[in-house]
Design a binder for this molecule. Structure first.
Ligand SMILES: Cc1ncc(COP(=O)(O)O)c(C=O)c1O
Length: 429
């Protein structure tokens, strides 16, 4: 660079080549560095228009300020940030009550990075309890297994592989995207129905913050005696920016004390029972803000509006004649559709690509085995989308279909890497 240092402007620095494979040698001014980062960010999708994701993409300025104020706090350092820990502890009790945990017990749970970490912790607790019980009965503990539907999120397939649990995955079939009790017989070892209580974990990643507010009489939670643990994503319908998950146990003893470690590296003695150690604390503070800001009534209204907007969007899609609905029971504000069988000259991937021209991100994906022949187009309606915008989106989807009907399309599905084990799993989040 021949220009002297005094004469270099941020515009010059903005055009410095950014190395691909080597660590940058010299630095640059803050303004130029920010400009380069911002120009890269511009080409990312707009998170507000990303309708394929469940994560929260909007927050009130006060919530954003709360995040900013807490951004330099390390969540794990309970000794230095006891108030963040106090908020978390209080919220675990609130969630235990919200999910109808039994009274008179000591609730236990934790905030996590997301539902994946929460599911892994719950899975480990169940594996621990299973082994202890079997050892007590003098039974073989070599090969734990878990029965689940092919519809589960990828975290469960990760859990099974990472923590050495035999997968017993019940395949789906076109038109049936859930596991039903009848299909379980083939997959469970102990067929006699009496005297056996199989503990359950409920993966309430999104439903955990919808069901309590909209369907208080629907028994999916600790009211069912076998339910020992529940997870939910604070960063989905909990209304917190990513990433925050929660896992709550029926009572403390479900989470075996052997899984808790005590360390003193950061000052006083501190328990740690999460897979991560350091992580940001701001999400916990923002969740606390959200809970006290909205209360039960506020969450109920927000979820009701969001669901109503999803229903309005779904109605427009169905009435267009292009789509069949896949989730007949419309509990959470998600609309999953597949193209009607009469459509033969374009597919769901074409629709996803076409609406992208308007900025919308809609996930089209093939269903897991044995329903791979079905492709789903999914719209996750979130609270920042009001009725006008939901209808605008529905209109853009229908217009895309009209265009494609006339002009045709043949977008291929994205290829999935084959896993060494031979299983590639379509996923959702
Ligand atoms: C049912 C379910 N479980 C688990 C997860 C994983 O959650 P996270 O992305 O918060 O790790 C998701 C979605 O992401 C989900 O939908």
């Amino acid at each position: 660079m021949s220009t002297s240092i005094e004469k270099i402007t941020p515009y010059d620095e903005f055009n410095f080549p950014i190395p691909e494979d080597e660590f940058p040698k010299d630095g640059m001014s803050a303004r130029a560095a920010a400009g380069i980062v911002i120009s890269a960010e511009w080409t990312d999708a707009n998170p507000m228009l990303n309708m394929s994701s469940f994560v929260t993409t909007w927050a009130e300025p006060e919530a954003a300020e709360t995040a900013k104020r807490n951004i330099f706090k390390n969540y794990i350092d309970h000794d230095m940030y006891p108030q963040v820990f106090a908020m978390e502890t209080r919220m675990v009790k609130w969630l235990h009550q919200l999910w109808n945990g039994p009274k008179g017990v000591e609730p236990y749970g934790t905030a996590t990075v997301g539902s994946s970490e929460a599911c892994m912790l719950a899975g480990l607790a169940h594996k621990w309890n299973w082994r202890k019980k079997r050892e007590g009965e003098g039974k073989d503990v070599a090969r734990p297994n878990m029965v689940t539907g092919g519809n589960v999120q990828i975290v469960w397939k990760k859990f099974l592989r990472y923590f050495d649990v035999e997968p017993r995955i019940v395949p789906l079939s076109p038109g049936n995207y859930r596991v039903t009790a009848e299909s379980l017989d083939k997959y469970v070892d102990e067929k006699k129905r009496t005297g056996i209580s199989i503990p359950m974990h409920i993966d309430g990643a999104s439903g955990g913050f919808v069901n309590p507010f909209l369907y208080p009489d629907y028994k999916w939670d600790f009211r069912l005696p076998r339910v020992q643990s529940i997870n939910a994503s604070g960063h989905k319908y909990g209304l917190v920016p990513p990433g925050l998950g929660w896992v709550v146990f029926r009572e403390r003893k479900v989470f075996n004390e052997e899984l808790v470690f005590y360390v003193n590296y950061l000052g006083g003695e501190m328990p740690t029972a999460t897979l991560n150690f350091s992580r940001n604390a701001f999400q916990v503070a923002v969740q606390y803000y959200m809970f006290i800001r909205h209360g039960f009534e506020g969450y109920r209204r927000i979820m009701q509006h969001t669901l109503d907007n999803a229903i309005a969007l779904r109605r427009i899609l169905v009435e267009s004649g292009y789509f069949n609905v896949m989730n007949e029971a419309q509990r959470i504000p998600v609309v999953a559709v597949t193209l009607a069988s009469k459509i033969t000259n374009f597919n769901e991937f074409d629709v996803s690509n076409k609406v992208r021209e308007k900025g919308w991100v809609l996930a089209a994906y093939t269903m897991p085995p044995n329903a791979e022949t079905v492709t789903s187009l999914r719209v996750v309606v979130r609270p920042h989308i009001n009725r006008n915008v939901a209808e605008l989106l529905a209109g853009d989807i229908v217009s895309a279909c009209k265009y494609l009907e006339k002009n045709g399309g043949n977008a291929p599905p994205p290829t999935l890497h084959a896993h060494p084990s031979g299983t590639a799993a379509p996923t959702k989040c």
